[in-house]
Write a protein that binds this ligand. Structure first.
Ligand code: C5P
Length: 404
């Protein structure tokens, strides 16, 4: 992203400013003022060490909000929720970001309020590194920065110049004007690019009843589909999330339709598809359902039990057959001959692209918070590294945007 030093327009934006223990923390005061003058609401989270470099009183006065440092307010025991801070923010900006905080972010260490907030934040995250030139150039720091960049963290490059140590080189935090402009650009990029578009997302496992007590289902948690629904909504799309069984909370701005069986999911998804611009088929839909559902709990006997099953309808294939100019994205979870199977589904179900995950890859598939996928369309394949499901969702929605 090109950064300009024009004055950004941050009216109505929520900026969470993280300050870590660097001598450059004094510049955070100017930065906070600039963000406020640009119209942003600013809340400040400081690491415990940052308080040695700039006082909470200064930052509270400039941001016009109490400063957050600890998990609990020592006075009254009130819980400073990192989750709600993350939800509140349109952007988490850590400036200055020390080598120590960057390393902890790269490792997922969560030993202070700022780091827990980073780990739960769904908004864009930007860091402005500030450190001595040798610390900045160190392979560990460079590797951590690369890791963070791969995960979508935006880095405001430090400048060359005189450092607090007396040495001269790269590591000096970018000037507050540059950082404020960078945040403005970053938020502009994330403007509601899908405003006016309507999507259907299916997610979670279906439940096929055998009797009033038992059912056939699978291990899908719905996390991937919910992350996609949330990302589409964040970018302004109207989203109908046709959900099977899951324990997840509905992402904000998403309209959730509860279903259980494949038949119910079929009805809800096909009904919503007509008015949609596209659909993402993420649900793990049972391929078979019991031919008959017993009215009463089936009693056990001594012998074997056979349950007759019939095929369910393929929701994705049905939407593919009637999709017209709509966009259709499918998933394939495979255990062998992965790419060949995914490509055959791409054609059979008339998807625009298919997201392949293999159960053979560590960190991919059910339950976890990470996934490793390959995006396959008719022109080629793009293998993505292991990343959080939230980041995978962002990449899938990026591709949707390019195809719309
Ligand atoms: O054929 P398979 O189940 O592997 O295809 C997976 C893709 O098809 C996924 O996108 C899944 O959500 C969708 N699907 C569906 N309805 C079914 C079976 C699969 O929408 N009955």
């Amino acid at each position: 992203m090109e950064s300009t030093t024009q004055r950004p327009d941050l009216r109505g934006r929520h900026i969470l400013l993280g300050i870590t223990g660097s001598i450059a923390a004094y510049k955070a005061a100017v930065l906070c003022r600039l963000l406020k003058t640009a119209g942003a609401e600013v809340r400040v989270v400081m690491t415990p060490l940052a308080k040695q470099f700039i006082t909470p009183l200064t930052m509270a006065t400039l941001s016009k909000n109490p400063i957050l440092v600890e998990f609990f307010d020592p006075e009254n025991g009130a819980w400073n929720s990192h989750v709600s801070l993350g939800e509140w923010a349109d952007c988490l900006l850590i400036a200055p970001a020390t080598a120590n905080t960057l390393a902890k972010m790269a490792c997922g260490i969560a030993d202070n309020l700022l780091l827990t907030t980073y780990l739960s934040a769904r908004c864009p995250v930007a860091v402005a590194p500030a450190m001595d030139l040798d610390m900045y150039a160190h392979t560990a720091t460079q590797q951590n920065l690369r890791t963070l960049a791969e995960r979508g963290v935006r880095i405001v490059e430090p400048a060359e110049g005189e450092l607090a140590s007396g040495l001269t080189g790269k590591g000096r935090m970018a000037e507050p004007e540059t950082i404020a402009a960078f945040v403005g650009d970053l938020l502009d990029e994330k403007k509601k690019s899908l405003l006016g578009k309507r999507f259907v997302v299916t997610a979670g496992a279906t439940i096929e009843p055998i009797d009033p007590v038992r059912f056939i289902s699978n291990h899908s948690t719905g996390k991937m589909g919910y992350a996609i629904a949330g990302e589409l909504a964040r970018r302004g799309a109207a989203v109908t999330l046709v959900s099977g069984r899951t324990t997840l909370a509905t992402p904000s701005g998403v309209d959730r339709v509860e279903t259980l069986s494949a038949a119910e999911m079929y009805e809800a998804a096909t009904a919503a598809f007509d008015a949609a611009d596209g659909a993402v088929m993420c649900a793990a839909v049972a391929d078979y359902t019991p031919t008959e559902v017993a009215d009463h709990k089936m009693k056990k006997g001594d012998g074997e039990l056979t349950i007759a099953l019939r095929r369910t309808r393929d929701i994705a294939a049905e939407l593919g057959a009637r999709k017209g100019g709509r966009l259709l994205v499918g998933f394939a979870l495979e255990t062998h001959d992965e790419e060949a199977h995914a490509e055959s589904k791409l054609d059979r179900k008339n998807f625009d692209f298919i997201v392949l995950n293999s159960l053979r890859d560590a960190g991919a598939g059910f339950r976890g918070d990470t996934n490793k996928v390959t995006l396959i369309d008719r022109t080629g394949r793009e293998a993505l590294p292991l990343m959080s499901k939230r980041e995978v969702a962002a990449r899938i929605v990026d591709k949707i945007e390019t195809l719309l």
